[in-house]
Every structure is written in structure tokens, then in C-alpha cells.
Design a protein around this ligand. Structure first.
Ligand SMILES: [Zn+2]
Length: 341
């Protein structure tokens, strides 16, 4: 921690050049740490409710303005702000945002946005990584036969469960054909398949919750495609289906125009100039990536290519300072400000 604190002191030197006008934060899930036993392997996309509150207080203490995405867009249009701003965004549409994050935002009267991948509330998403977690936590021993190979995996203690998770995750990731995924999961999970599927579906927000969130002026509902594919790999017509399709589906449910978008995965390999221009032509006011960076006046001309700061379990106060002053973005982007690419 000491070197981090030292670095966060020095990082103020970067603020005038890399700190920008404000920041957009990326979250995925908010879960109390001991809600249930977990596999540690994939907690990188989760923070605790206390941690979320700590992040809000970090910005309160530093006199930030809390912006909605519409307010962000207005600030970009003006090209300046009298006070730094921060925008809170959540990707995918997890149920715990409703359960644990929403009450905190209400308490602090802080606006936030949720980008919905519509296959989450439509229950057509296969959240296999959570199914797999549930599977190894329930089993003491795993055996199955896949592509002519027999697997026998002991899974009776913490260490073995972590190892089994990593091992099976790799087997699933090694399958390039997504259409074969349900078959593979069926083979591995056996008679637990439907129960695990049901459990994983309960992790996503339902349309009733989304409609209710949308009634609150603090909340912006944005689009995050239908199927959460890396968009750069799609042809034009599929790109259209994913981008426009998710917007239409959400608008049909909430009866409100959807004007903001987030790219699935959102790194350089998954969303780039073609996608930025497409989303702008489709009429979205802003769109966010997962490129790391702060927001500058120059983003006025590129409102559908906005970088964000990802918040995970290490993003405590000293790390937040390294991110918001621009030192971490400076290092990650080798001295470049992320404006377009
Ligand atoms: Zn996502």
C-alpha cells in the first residue's frame, strides 16, 4: 500500500494533462462479500456495497458533480465544465444492481446508468461461467466424457474447486463454435444443467425491475446489444441487429427512447472506428468503451468512443487517485490520451 500512496501523491503532476474534465466509471456487479461461497477466479467484475459507497464518498469529498449520461452529453457539447464530473455506469444488467447498488444511489441521490444486454432479461443468455461456478461448488467429484475423452476431476475442497473451475473454464473456452456450447455444457453439467441454468438466469434483472428503474430520474437505461458479441467480428447486418435490435427491444419494454450505448467487451479488438461510426449514425448520443482513460473536451467530436475507468476490488482510494489523475491511463496507453482509437 505504501508505494501506492506515494505514487498517488506524485500522480497529481499528471492531472493537468491526463486528468481531463471528468470520468466515466464501469461496474458490473455489486455483491456483499459473504453472500454465498464463491470461486475466487472470476470476482474481478464485482465490488461490495461498502466499496461502492466508498467510491461515491471519494468523489463527494473531492467536490465532484455527479452526472447522468444526458448531463455528460450536454457537458461534451459545451466543451467545458466548471467543476469535475463523474458518471457511474453498470454493464450487462445484473440483478444485484437492483438489490444492492440502487438503494445506495438513492441514499446519496447519485445518478447512474445500466447498459442492458437484452438476452439477460429475455433469459436467452447462457451465463456459463456462473453455471460453472455453481457446478463446482455443488460437486465433490466431477466425471464426464467429452469428444471421446474421459474426465475425472476431484472437487472436494476449496483448492480443488478453484482448480476444477479453471480447468473446465479452459475446456469451454477452447470450443470455438458457440452453437455447440449448450451441448458441451449439458455433457459437463449432466442432470444439474437445468437447475444451474435457472440459477444463472436469476442473476439478471427482469423487465419489471428495468421498467421500475426507468421510472426513477436517477436512472438511465442504455443498450448493450442483444447477445453480447464482440461487434468487430460481425458483418454489417448482424451489427445492425445487435445495436438496433437491443435498442428496439428495450424501448418496447420501457416506452422511453434509448440514447446511450456501451460496446460489449469494448477493447480495441472488439469495437473500433467502424462500430463508433455505426453507433453514431444509429442516433445514439453517447457510447462507452472499456478503453482506459478520462474524458477531455476533444471527446466532443467522438461522443460514441468514450473511454472509462473500470472499478474492481483493487480500486480503493489510492488506486482511484492514480486513475482519475491520469497516471494509470498514461502508463496503460503509453502516454497517449484516448480520444478516438
Ligand atoms: Zn458487458
Amino acid at each position: 500500500m505504501a508505494p501506492l500512496i506515494q505514487a498517488s501523491g506524485l500522480s497529481h503532476l499528471f492531472r493537468p494533462f491526463y486528468g481531463g474534465m471528468g470520468h466515466i466509471l464501469t461496474f458490473h456487479r455489486v455483491i456483499p462479500p459473504l453472500a454465498s461461497p464463491r470461486i475466487h477466479n472470476h470476482q474481478g467484475l464485482e465490488v461490495s456495497p461498502e466499496h461502492l459507497e466508498e467510491v461515491i464518498r471519494y468523489f463527494v469529498k473531492r467536490d465532484y458533480q455527479f452526472f447522468s449520461l444526458d448531463q455528460l452529453q450536454a457537458a461534451l457539447d459545451r466543451g467545458n465544465v466548471d467543476q469535475k464530473f463523474v458518471v457511474f455506469t453498470f454493464d450487462d444488467g445484473y440483478q444485484d444492481v437492483w438489490q444492492y447498488a440502487y438503494p445506495i444511489f438513492q441514499q446519496y441521490k447519485v445518478p447512474f446508468a445500466i447498459y442492458i444486454a437484452t438476452n439477460f432479461p429475455d433469459h436467452t443468455a447462457i451465463l456459463w461461467w456462473y453455471m460453472l461456478e455453481g457446478f463446482v461448488l455443488r460437486k465433490d467429484h466431477i466425471s464426464f466424457c467429452l469428444s471421446g475423452k474421459t474426465y475425472d476431476i476431484s472437487c472436494s475442497n476449496r483448492e480443488e474447486k478453484e482448480a476444477a473451475f479453471a480447468n473446465l473454464r479452459q475446456i469451454i473456452l477452447n470450443e470455438p463454435d458457440q452453437l455447440r456450447l449448450p451441448g458441451i455444457l449439458n455433457t459437463i453439467f449432466g442432470d444439474l444443467y437445468s437447475a444451474l441454468m435457472q440459477d444463472s438466469q436469476s442473476l439478471s434483472l427482469n423487465w419489471e425491475q428495468i421498467r421500475s428503474l426507468n421510472q426513477d430520474p436517477l436512472v438511465t437505461i442504455g443498450a448493450h446489444t442483444v447477445n453480447h458479441y464482440p461487434l468487430s467480428q460481425l458483418d454489417e447486418s448482424m451489427l445492425q441487429e445487435e445495436v438496433e435490435g437491443s435498442r428496439l427491444r428495450i424501448e418496447q419494454e420501457i416506452q422511453t427512447p434509448v440514447r446511450h450505448f456501451a460496446y460489449p467487451f469494448g477493447k480495441k479488438g472488439e469495437a473500433s472506428r467502424r462500430e463508433f461510426e455505426f453507433v453514431q449514425r444509429a442516433g445514439f448520443l453517447t457510447a462507452t468503451t472499456t478503453r482506459i482513460g478520462n474524458i477531455f473536451p476533444a471527446h466532443k467530436d467522438f461522443p460514441t468512443a468514450l473511454p472509462r475507468i473500470s472499478i474492481n476490488e483493487v480500486s480503493r482510494s489510492p488506486v482511484l487517485t492514480l486513475q482519475t489523475t491520469g497516471l494509470i491511463p498514461f502508463v496503460v496507453n503509453r502516454g497517449r490520451r484516448v480520444i478516438t482509437d
